[in-house]
Design a protein around this ligand. Structure first.
Ligand SMILES: Nc1ncnc2c1ncn2[C@@H]1O[C@H](COP(=O)(O)OP(=O)(O)OP(=O)(O)O)[C@@H](O)[C@H]1O
Ligand SMILES: [Mg+2]
Length: 282
């Protein structure tokens, strides 16, 4: 488990803590979506996950290991943090070198390095691009390369800090699909985002406001019963979830997980048929 226990973090010279008494746990195989407005403390939490920052009080534990100097190398192998901008995370001049960078630093044998590079490239759909200069890849491909490089370290947990925010719709769809595949493969995933659509894939959702957890529950719970809370924090329902909510108000229930385009279209048709029957009877 990746556990944040009663974390308070105060940056030097700041008037209020960026995080105050925040607790969050992530099991392997679980996908938790962490939502929050600008400045709510999301990236601060991400930086705590691999000890780029240390808390002012509270504890971060990874599979029982405490974040401290002695455990740092092991913890950074267990937890991969993927940030917003792929460009600042890529250091090599070829895709293969980038994939091999982490495993080489672990001092692994050459065959093992190549095996991991191949597996990571396959998992993120980068086969055939190994010789390419990362500068020639699209934004979505570059972000997938960052994720593949992290995967080559074979971490147990991934923390994604708004990985789609600098990508176009296509790149975003690719990265979302990659995150879902990593989830299906059994990794524990903390997906930090301000896009409510990301809740579709979540097992659990948490909401941060000004450094405090103000909601923890299922995506359905958040999107069915807590719209006022979201509204108050400036979140807009994306079109698909807005349509789902309209349908709910007309008695057509659709779990958040199923609120994809096709399922929504089918639900609209069901609703129209039902309405039609009602009209025919009356
Ligand atoms: N290095 C720093 N020094 C001082 N204050 C900081 C530092 N980094 C962040 N903060 C402050 O801490 C708070 C939380 O910032 P953080 O970057 O974690 O928010 P966020 O939720 O990731 O926001 P965004 O959605 O804009 O990425 C903000 O008030 C921010 O101004
Ligand atoms: Mg941030």
């Amino acid at each position: 488990m990746l556990g944040f226990h009663d974390i308070t973090l105060r940056y030097p010279k700041s008037t209020r803590p960026a995080l105050e008494h925040v607790s969050l746990s992530l099991e392997r195989g679980e996908l938790v979506v962490l939502l929050g407005a600008n400045g709510s403390g999301k990236s601060t939490l991400a930086r705590l996950a691999n000890a780029m920052l240390l808390p002012s009080s509270g504890q971060v534990l990874v599979d029982g290991l405490e974040m401290c100097r002695e455990n740092l190398t092991l913890i950074r192998r267990k937890v991969a943090v993927v940030a917003q901008d792929p460009d600042v995370q890529i250091v090599s001049s070829s895709v293969l070198d980038e994939l091999a960078f982490g495993p080489e630093n672990l001092g692994l044998p050459r065959e093992e390095i190549l095996r991991r590079c191949k597996a990571a490239a396959a998992a993120l759909g980068l086969e055939g691009m190994e010789e390419r200069d990362p500068n020639t890849l699209s934004g979505g491909e570059r972000q997938r390369l960052v994720i593949a490089s992290a995967l080559a370290m074979e971490p147990d947990y991934f923390v994604f800090d708004e990985p789609c925010s600098m990508l176009d719709a296509q790149g975003c769809a690719e990265v979302r699909a990659a995150i879902e595949r990593l989830h299906a493969a059994g990794h524990g995933i903390l997906h930090i985002t301000h896009d409510l659509e990301d809740c579709l894939a979540a097992d659990r959702v948490m909401l941060l406001d000004q450094g405090h957890v103000v909601f923890e529950g299922s995506p359905d719970d958040l999107l069915d019963k807590n719209l006022d809370l979201l509204d108050g924090l400036g979140f807009l329902l994306p079109p698909m979830l807005d349509l789902r909510h309209e349908l709910l108000e007309h008695g057509v229930e659709l779990p958040v997980r199923d609120a994809g385009h096709r399922a929504l279209a089918a639900a609209v048709l069901r609703w129209r048929e039902r309405e039609g029957e009602g009209v025919a009877r009356s």
